[in-house]
Unconditional design. Structure first.
Length: 256
């Protein structure tokens, strides 16, 4: 058991160190959501109200509304794309060395999931610096709630990314599949618009989107505005995450 826990720690530490040493990656992962928030958000706030929020001349109402959605987008893209290291490790032969190490396959999956979720949570924390820019006052209590919430959401999304990566043979295939999955997840999550009063077909899709409930959790903490309760959203995400973690472990068990 101690060997497996050491394996989890080493794999987690490797991913975290790689992230902190890759400054362009940190910058790039922050700039993209910042552009959505400051440029797209400001533009949309001037053209139409969202979720019944009345915007002032500077449009802070809509910017406040989409801020949790932009946080969720940051967590989604960072978590899922952190799993690309699995495909890279397979191509260079490092993954085979990990697989022959005297540790269980579950510890490999858990270490990668924890590494991806830690990196994603830190990236989400970097996005919090934009809250004062849009005049969103986050109390210390709200920030202390956001950090574990972001880790929880990131853990589930990282497990989903590992499920995909463990079955991919090339980085091109991984990028194609993840974009095919992540873009609909983001657009249907209610990150940029309210999920209320949608057409029936679209409402059904938003309910099936796990990121919807991640956005709801973040929105409750930041602005207190939500469609679903905190407990309901946590339960749905936890159930989805459990399935993703099981499939992630099984994916590593079948990895050559």
């Amino acid at each position: 058991m101690k060997q497996n826990l050491n394996g989890v720690y080493i794999i987690w530490l490797r991913d975290v160190r790689k992230f902190f040493r890759d400054k362009p990656r940190m910058i790039g992962a922050t700039v993209q959501p910042a552009l959505y928030l400051l440029i797209l958000g400001t533009g949309l706030s001037r053209s139409a109200p969202a979720a019944g929020l009345q915007s002032s001349s500077s449009g802070p109402g809509y910017l406040h509304f989409i801020f949790p959605g932009i946080l969720a987008m940051t967590l989604l893209f960072t978590s899922v794309f952190s799993a690309i290291s699995i495909v890279w490790d397979r191509e260079v032969g490092f993954l085979k060395e990990v697989m022959v190490a005297p540790i269980s396959r579950w510890s490999v999956a858990m270490g990668k999931t924890l590494g991806g979720s830690t990196v994603s949570m830190f990236q989400g924390c970097l996005m919090l610096v934009f809250a004062p820019i849009i005049h969103l006052n986050l109390s210390m209590a709200a920030i202390l709630k956001l950090i574990p919430a972001m880790f929880f959401i990131s853990f589930i999304l990282s497990a989903m990314g590992i499920v995909i990566a463990s079955r991919m043979k090339s980085m091109q295939g991984f990028t194609l599949i993840t974009n095919f999955i992540m873009l609909p997840m983001f657009f249907l999550s209610g990150a940029m618009f309210s999920t209320q009063n949608l057409p029936l077909w679209m409402d059904r899709l938003t309910r099936l989107d796990p990121l919807t409930y991640g956005v709801e959790i973040l929105r409750i903490i930041t602005i207190g505005n939500s469609r679903y309760s905190m407990l309901y959203s946590i339960n749905i995400l936890a159930l989805f995450g459990l399935f993703m973690l099981i499939f992630a472990i099984r994916g590593f068990a079948k990895t050559e």
